[in-house]
Write a protein that binds this ligand. Structure first.
Ligand SMILES: [Zn+2]
Length: 142
């Protein structure tokens, strides 16, 4: 397999395939986790760490991150409010719209942005390598 094919696979295919391979590996690794859920899990509250009870009923644990990131008034709260606002564009049902907004942002828009950045960075990298080789050749390089 030529270097050009390997570069093409690395630049265009790897970011589309590897995350799914990792996802399946993590989900299938014992104890296996469900891929699709039909309802929010119900779990007992634990003193030593957050569980779904924190998600469902309110967290009483001391946050590991500062309030500016985790607080309802700051980044976390603004993100949730933004997702509800975006969801209003998709559905009149507040919770359905919120769910759709989550999928649009975190499953489509964000991965698409990361993919575009990945491809852009590697294409620039290959271009720089090629230009350096051209420059070296023009100098009568080795
Ligand atoms: Zn908690």
């Amino acid at each position: 397999m030529s270097v050009a094919v390997l570069r093409w696979l690395w630049t265009w295919v790897a970011p589309l395939v590897l995350p799914w391979v990792l996802l399946v590996a993590v989900v299938a690794w014992p104890p296996a986790a469900p891929i699709g859920r039909r309802a929010i899990p119900q779990e007992a509250r634990r003193a030593d760490r957050c569980t779904w009870a924190c998600h469902n009923h309110r967290c009483s644990h001391r946050p590991a991150l500062p309030a500016v990131i985790t607080g309802d008034r700051y980044l976390f709260g603004a993100t949730i409010r933004g997702l509800y606002a975006l969801g209003a564009l998709f559905s009149r049902d507040r919770f359905r719209g919120y769910g759709i907004a989550n999928i649009v942002v975190f499953c489509l828009a964000w991965p698409a942005l990361m993919y575009a950045l990945w491809v852009s960075v590697w294409r620039q990298r290959w271009r720089i390598v090629w230009l350096e080789a051209q420059l070296e050749a023009s100098r009568g390089g080795r």
